[in-house]
Design a protein around this ligand. Structure first.
Ligand code: BES
Ligand code: MN
Ligand code: ZN
Length: 507
């Protein structure tokens, strides 16, 4: 979609659909602004307001009411409820924008106009409004189904959206829209990777796509193959990958802040789990629902999406993005329970359970990430079913050794609505993954505190001095139901969250 701003009058601007957001006041829609904008026009004014009210529209958040209006050039008005202004948050705007975008699509409206609410009614500025509206609209219309025959050739509705607001508000609206377009692009990129089937998105293909993205966005990209990983003794990534005919890879991407300030900019490294399919390996998963394990590269997708955002916004950060990628399969050469492997860090690990593979590939990647002593490391991984049981699908588990990162991620989570919940990272859990036959084992005590022992395992591969946060995104990375801000499938969870966190860390 193309997003522009215009100061032309609401009723006189050409288009196919006019979206008119409306607040709720005393349990009724506050239709005064709409009445004013359409006063004296055929089918407008008080008569229009009365039609809308009689139709049952109360301005409730996320409610929509399409109504034709002869005197308005666009012909149709889509009244969109924002709810009570004191309760209207950033996420309300995203959701309403998403629902409006979807309705515009089903109405086949190519040119959409959006009347920006008066500045006093909103609890935040125009920049934030545009930022959320554009983000919500773009995210809602994330393309899916490109593998259906003819799927890619359908015309796009809407093609362009024009914000209508008077003169001085244009600049802030444009800035917000531009920022949101970068955020949405990163989210789309991540969602698309997650949605790709595992026969197409193999580890090698994930690397190819990361490389292609790096070229378009102006980043440098290095991909380590099996030989190169052998030289680094990456027993974790190689051990997980050895049960598959698809070779593992390590993607290593870099974005450098520009100018002289760039050299002094903080160095943030993001690490994402890139298991393109998790069958469980020899500790095979049950068949039901195994298809969902195509999303086990959701963390890798999210960190690559965050790189897209950082690059497009030219953030003043030196960003490194590392994705260990492998397929967890049970063939004749696959790792077995009781195998002892040597990790890149030199530590030995007993593989108690081949389905606890994420921590093995991340351990090598975290060690690799720590080599150039970044200021911060954040990893994202669809790591444990235990985290899904604990927190459900609206929160990522957050485990960290750094108050600064915990605060930044909580703030970013609130702003992006990719929410995180802080969970403990303690020595008791670090001890629980110590081994009998080896330094460590990849399983804690049974299922107890599974998300916590997984994080504690990772902690053994991070320097205590380096501020590090681990995000367990197993719950929110994938959804079975379409929502206001996105279709079913990959949610892109983590891309916007981590990009925003980086912005906070460098500000
Ligand atoms: N990829 C899974 C975790 C997962 C579960 C992601 C549900 C998304 C939805 C991970 O590799 C895994 O299998 N974890 C095991 C760990 C356990 C054996 C310690 C799990 O959670 O059962
Ligand atoms: Mn697994
Ligand atoms: Zn997994």
């Amino acid at each position: 979609m193309r997003w522009t701003v215009s100061r032309t009058a609401v009723a006189d601007t050409a288009g196919d659909l006019l979206v008119f957001p409306v607040f709720q006041k005393d349990d009724e829609a506050d239709l005064k602004p709409l009445q004013t904008a359409t006063r004296g026009l055929a089918g407008g004014g008080p008569a229009l307001a009365s039609t809308i009210r009689k139709g049952g529209f109360s301005g409730k958040a996320e409610s929509l009411f399409p109504v034709p209006c002869e005197g308005v050039k666009a012909g149709w008005i889509l009244v969109a409820g924002l709810g009570k202004s004191e309760e209207t948050g950033l996420e309300t705007i995203r959701k309403v924008a998403g629902l409006a975008a979807k309705r515009a699509r089903s109405m086949k409206a190519a040119r959409v106009l959006v009347r920006v609410p008066g500045p006093k009614a909103l609890g935040f500025d125009d920049r934030a409004f545009a930022r959320c509206w554009v983000e919500g609209g773009e995210m809602a219309l994330t393309p899916i189904g490109e593998l259906k025959t003819g799927g890619g050739k359908k015309p796009v509705f809407p093609r362009q959206v024009k914000f209508l607001a008077d003169g001085p508000r244009g600049k802030a609206l444009r800035e917000g829209a531009t920022e949101a377009e970068a955020y949405a692009a990163g989210c789309h990129f991540a969602r698309h990777l997650v949605n790709l089937p595992p026969n197409i998105l193999t580890p090698k293909e994930m690397a190819t796509r990361a490389r292609r993205m790096a070229r378009t966005e102006g980043l440098t990209c290095k991909v380590l193959n099996v030989t190169q990983m052998k030289k680094l003794n990456m027993g974790g990534i190689l051990g997980v990958g050895q049960g598959s005919r698809q070779e593992p890879r390590l993607i290593d991407l870099q974005y450098k802040a520009q100018g002289t300030a760039g050299r002094k900019a903080p160095h943030v490294t993001l690490v994402g789990k890139g298991i393109t399919f998790d069958s469980g390996g020899i500790s095979l998963k049950p068949g039901a629902g195994m298809d969902l394990m195509k999303s086990d590269m959701g963390g890798g997708a999210a960190v690559l999406g965050a790189a897209v955002i950082a690059a497009r916004l030219k953030l003043p950060v030196n960003l490194r993005v590392i994705v260990p990628t492998a397929e967890n399969m049970p063939d004749g050469l696959a790792g077995k329970p009781a195998d002892v492997i040597t990790m890149a860090s030199g530590k030995t690990v007993e593989v108690r359970y081949t389905d606890a593979e994420g921590r093995l590939i991340l351990a090598d990647a975290l060690w690799y990430a720590g080599r150039d002593k970044p200021d911060y490391i954040i990893d994202a991984a669809t790591l444990t079913g235990a985290c899904v049981i604990a927190l459900g699908s609206h929160f990522a588990g957050l485990m960290s050794n750094s108050g600064t990162l915990i605060d930044a991620l909580k703030q970013a989570g609130g702003e992006t609505f990719a929410r995180v919940w802080h969970l403990p990272l303690v020595d008791e859990h670090r001890k629980e993954v110590e081994g009998t036959w080896s330094d460590l084992k990849n399983l804690g005590k049974g299922r107890e505190g599974g998300a916590l022992t997984a994080a504690a395992f990772l902690a053994h591969f991070v320097d205590d001095e380096t501020p590090w946060a681990h995000l367990d995104i197993a719950g929110p990375a994938y959804t079975q139901a379409a929502g206001a801000t996105g279709p079913k499938g990959g949610t892109g969870f983590g891309a916007r969250l981590m990009a925003r966190t980086v912005q906070i860390l460098v500000s």
